[in-house]
Write a protein that binds this ligand. Structure first.
Ligand code: FAD
Length: 302
């Protein structure tokens, strides 16, 4: 089913994000994780597209196998960087051929340094909105886009970031998923800005539980935003005790999810790093079923 139909069903969406592994061991571990999380009946699962477009074949292979071998609904992340329009069209055709009609359309970052100069492929597209239009021109696709609670690192200011985000939605996006964040108010501010521009595209919060202190640095690199200092201090206070760090991370993530869902977030998108334990613990603590998880209500055929 299209993600827009699952989101329109009234229940909350719970979804899990994976990345394409580089080794055989990584592949085995990913499939173990997928099987472990399948029993939670998520609304959908998504598979990222490697930096610089480097994992295109692996991403296609994984989403295909999810569509054919599991009860899960896969969403393929898909970036425009380093691809000509002919390559982008070819890839869209490959997703369709393997039965994947849900795509998260992204611009992507330059390979190497994500904040390096963005150079458009001479025959490519400039912005994610162009990719959204291209995918929608094929008709039967459901398209998601990225949203940034702390603005995209390349955006001049919050106002232009919001304006371009809304334009991207109007280009044909059905829903958005946010970059990770750690305070519910940061999500609500983003949502308020977008609603104030007259846009009602559902925005799914992207949540990454902190399980060790190094995750904090990683989150800053990935999101381009500083980790909230008051929360960092709470983690640093238990830095000597890895189990306490982990427990705090799980409890904080569950509390954050509850706050978001209690104030009508349409669901939660968990960044799993291909491991199931932390996600399952957070999911269990927040009692997702009590929020009417749409994955439980919806037919889970691919
Ligand atoms: P865009 O929407 O094109 O925005 C990029 C910048 O251009 C922004 O500053 C925007 O404000 C500005 N802009 C947009 N339109 C205009 C315009 N008309 N004129 C002037 N400025 C404009 N990366 C990967 O490589 N693989 C992945 O799988 C992946 N998955 C992601 C999943 C999520 C949920 C998120 C939040 C990000 C993901 N990314 C992924 C990272 C993403 O590719 C980068 O953050 C990228 O730099 C921005 O992508 P975008 O689609 O938001 O770009």
């Amino acid at each position: 089913p299209a993600i827009r139909e699952l989101l329109a069903g009234g229940g909350r969406s719970f979804s899990f994000e994976f990345f394409p592994p580089k080794t055989d061991k990584g592949v085995r571990s990913l499939w173990r994780t997928i099987r472990e999380l399948e029993s939670l009946h998520p609304t959908f699962v998504s598979v990222t597209y490697g930096a610089g477009g480097g994992t295109r074949d692996t991403t296609v292979d994984i989403v295909e196998r999810i569509a054919t071998d599991t009860t899960l609904t896969p969403v393929a992340h898909f970036t425009a960087v380093n691809h000509s329009q002919a390559e982008l069209r070819n890839l869209i055709g490959r997703f369709a051929a393997v039965g994947v009609r849900n795509i998260l359309a992204l611009r992507g970052d330059p390979p190497g340094d994500p904040m390096g100069e963005w150079i458009k492929h001479p025959e490519g597209v400039e912005y994610a909105a162009d990719l959204v239009r291209m995918i929608r021109s094929y008709g039967d696709f459901c398209v998601g886009v990225a949203a940034f609670p702390y603005k995209h690192p390349r955006s001049r200011d919050i106002e232009s970031d919001t304006r371009y985000f809304v334009e991207k939605c109007r280009a044909g996006a059905d829903y958005a998923i946010t970059q990770m964040f750690f305070r519910a108010e940061d999500y609500f501010r983003l949502r308020d800005r977008v609603v104030a521009e007259g846009c009602d595209v559902p925005i799914l919060p992207g949540i990454m539980p902190v399980t060790q202190l190094s995750t904090i640095e990683r989150s800053e690199q990935l999101s381009g935003a500083p980790f909230p200092p008051e929360l960092r201090a709470r983690f640093e206070a238990v830095a000597d005790d890895p189990e306490a760090v982990r427990r705090l991370g799980i409890e904080h993530a569950a509390g954050l999810c509850r706050e978001l869902l209690d104030q009508d977030a349409p669901g939660i998108h968990f960044i799993t790093f291909n491991k199931s334990t932390a996600t399952r613990e957070v999911y269990g603590l927040l009692d997702a079923a009590a929020y009417g998880a749409s994955g439980n209500a919806a037919p889970m055929t691919a």
